[in-house]
Structure formats: C-alpha cells, structure tokens
Design a protein around this ligand. Structure first.
Ligand code: BTN
Length: 234
C-alpha cells in the first residue's frame, strides 16, 4: 500500500513532499534520518537529530470532507503504537502525543493546492524514538528511549503505517466518529479545566467531550463552545 522513499538527510520531509507532490504517487512515504530545517506547527523549529523518526505521508484522497480527522487518526496511531510498546502515552487534543507529561510526537499537516484547488495532503510526523538528549527541543520532550523502551525508527514506522492504514478508509469516508471511542479512551482531560489558544484568542473552560466531528467541546462561563483548531493547555 505504501511506497517508501528513504533519505539520510532532507531539509524537511514535509517540504520535500510539497515540492514534489505532483510527481509522487498517492500513498508515498518520505522518511529522513535527519532534517536540517524540520518545522513544527506555527512555523516552530522541530529538532531533527539522528534517533528520531521523521516522515511525511503524501495522500491524494478523492474525498476531502474529513482531512483534519486524518491528522487525528495519525495522532491516535502514534499513541496506540507507543502504548503497544509499553509507553504510558496519551493524546492532547488535537494532534499531540504525550508521555510523562512531555511531547513524544508532533504532527504537521499541510495541504497542497493548485489552480483546481486541493491536490494533496502532506501529513508530517516526528516521533522521538532513540534520542537521549532532548533539551534543545524548545519544549518539554521525551523519547521512547528515555521512557525505557528500546526500539528503532524502522519498527516504529512499520507499526505506525499498519495502524494508520487500518483506520484510513473509515476516516476518509465517515470522519472522526469512526475513531472517536479509541481517541476518547486516550484523552485524559475530560472534566478538567483547560485553555485553548488560537492566535491571540484564548478560551478557558472545562473539557466536556470531543464531538463526533473531532472538535473540542468546552463548557465555558458563556456556555458550550466547540473548537476546531488551537493549542490546548492545562
Ligand atoms: C508540532 O509542532 O508538534 C509538529 C511537528 C511536526 C514535525 C514533523 S517531522 C517530519 C515532518 N517534517 C517537518 O518538517 N515537520 C514534520
């Protein structure tokens, strides 16, 4: 199902996928051992030293209704993979995977558009696998190794691709509701006070649920709100 392109070093697997999207087939995976210009959300730098898994999926689905939910499927797949390896990992809405209160994985999804609109989705994923020192990550981060789990990037990638593939068709056709129970089971913030930042805007409230569309439903002093994008903090 997947055509895997492997590189020792790239600027960024997402940038490579976007540059070459018209030449590459649907279901191409671009993997690099290191990235010289790895990027995170909000154009943050993503530390990309050897020992981490850095890859992007290039997807060209004919149905585009549920693209944001594919990012949530990737986060869920990483979380399940880490748990199966023995990590006490969980999800922080919408797409972060944490363990020990720190970031184990980050996901950056970017759409490629042309003159006729949507052309491809690039789903970039960075998983901390064997790194020993993540102090330069710019945020609290943890790797499978620092959690005491010994594995390697290739094994994590293979398991992840299998797990993601198992949910892909369902999410593409019917969206978040197909993974909602599995996602909610790994989302420990229900009933907790959270803040969600989107640019300069910040909303505070109690996390009520994740809606069937994958939005975060908050109970705020001004009533219920459903949020589709933002950075959630506790
Ligand atoms: C985040 O800010 O949490 C998202 C981080 C995404 C990093 C991955 S590593 C592979 C791919 N290539 C990039 O430049 N970024 C993503």
């Amino acid at each position: 199902m997947w055509n895997i392109l492997r590189f020792d070093e790239l600027d960024s697997t997402n940038a490579y996928a976007k540059r070459n999207s018209s030449l590459l087939a649907d279901h191409t995976v671009i993997v690099a051992q290191t990235q010289t210009a790895g990027r995170g959300r909000l154009d943050r730098k993503w530390l990309s030293q050897k020992g981490g898994l850095y890859f992007s999926l290039l997807l060209k689905p004919s149905k585009t209704d549920f693209l944001p939910n594919l990012t949530q499927l990737m986060a869920l797949s990483v979380c399940q993979t880490a748990q199966n390896l023995g990590a006490n990992a969980w999800l922080k809405w919408p797409n972060d995977v944490l363990a020990d209160g720190k970031k184990l994985c980050g996901i950056l999804s970017q759409a490629v558009t042309g003159k006729d609109g949507f052309e491809a989705l690039v789903l970039g994923c960075g998983v901390n696998v064997r790194q020993e020192d993540l102090n330069a990550a710019g945020q609290p981060a943890v790797s499978l190794h620092t959690l005491g789990i010994e594995t390697n990037e290739e094994r994590v990638l293979q398991t992840l691709l299998e797990t993601f593939s198992a949910g892909y068709a369902n999410v593409l056709q019917r969206g978040f509701e197909t993974i909602r129970p599995d996602y909610l089971a790994r989302f420990p913030y229900l009933g907790k006070e959270v803040r969600v930042k989107n640019g300069a805007e910040e909303v505070r409230g109690t996390a009520e649920t994740i809606s069937p569309e994958g939005k975060l439903k908050l109970h705020t002093p001004r009533g219920f709100m459903e949020i589709s994008i933002g950075d959630m903090m506790v």
